[in-house]
Design a protein around this ligand. Structure first.
Ligand SMILES: [Zn+2]
Length: 226
């Protein structure tokens, strides 16, 4: 198995509707929001973990194209699990990897790395000048009996319009199908059609990938469908 290329895909991610990627309970601030977003601990800047982007690409591809093509992938999806068939011809296991214990001898290293996405230079400047404030959305659940809002939970979001840099790296081995990287672009298009982060069913997390390039070549995500 010989590595032939490591393609670099770059661009920006623009937030179209408030983005909430939760920080988890460990970072809960006393007296702070109960649903904070993830931030760089050194600068306080919001960012999008590469694992959030990669995980979303994977799950959307698994429930669409790969479930249609592969019974084994569909079986995992029906159990609510990521595909771990580790078969040589499984695009999802090849692109996204499986846990080391299940890794097939022929599969080789995970092809895709998605970097953490940080604020673009423009938005980083605005953030450091205090011109970029996070948005707080109050999420109510309605008490059906009394007809009043119960427990308003403040939800922190990156506001619409903010842009992050985007960067992924994709390894190509000599025996790989040259069309394998198309499924990566398909995964990005599916995120545009779906959403990133939490509370997407309430309208959060619509994003757009702009200025996408693979090496020097322009990538048009509109070419890619389910
Ligand atoms: Zn698989």
């Amino acid at each position: 198995m010989r590595l032939q290329a490591i393609k670099q895909v770059t661009g920006t991610i623009t937030v179209l509707t408030g983005l909430h990627i939760g920080a988890g309970k460990d970072s809960l601030e006393i007296g702070g929001l109960d649903q904070p977003i993830i931030k760089n601990p050194l600068t306080g800047e919001p960012y999008i973990p590469g694992s959030s982007i990669k995980g979303k690409m994977r799950s959307l591809l698994e429930i669409s194209k790969f479930s249609n093509q592969r019974q084994k992938t569909r079986d995992f999806v029906l159990k609510g699990k990521p595909c771990a068939c580790a078969e040589k011809d499984c695009p999802v296991c090849t692109i996204f990897g499986t846990s080391a214990a299940e890794k097939g001898p022929d599969l080789g290293p995970t092809r895709l790395i998605v970097r953490d996405a940080y604020l673009t230079e423009e938005w980083r400047k605005k953030f450091s000048n205090g011109e970029l404030l996070m948005e707080i959305k109050y999420e109510n659940t309605i008490d059906r009996v009394r007809g009043v809002a119960d427990h308003p939970r403040p939800l922190e979001r990156v506001p619409a319009g903010v842009a992050f840099t985007f960067h992924l790296s994709f390894k190509i081995f000599e025996d790989d199908d040259p069309k394998l990287i198309d499924d990566v672009f398909r995964g990005l298009r599916l995120i545009e059609l779906d959403a990133l982060g939490g509370n997407s069913s309430r309208g959060c997390g619509q994003v757009r990938f702009d200025e996408l390039r693979c090496e020097q070549e322009k990538v048009d995500l509109l070419k890619y469908t389910l």
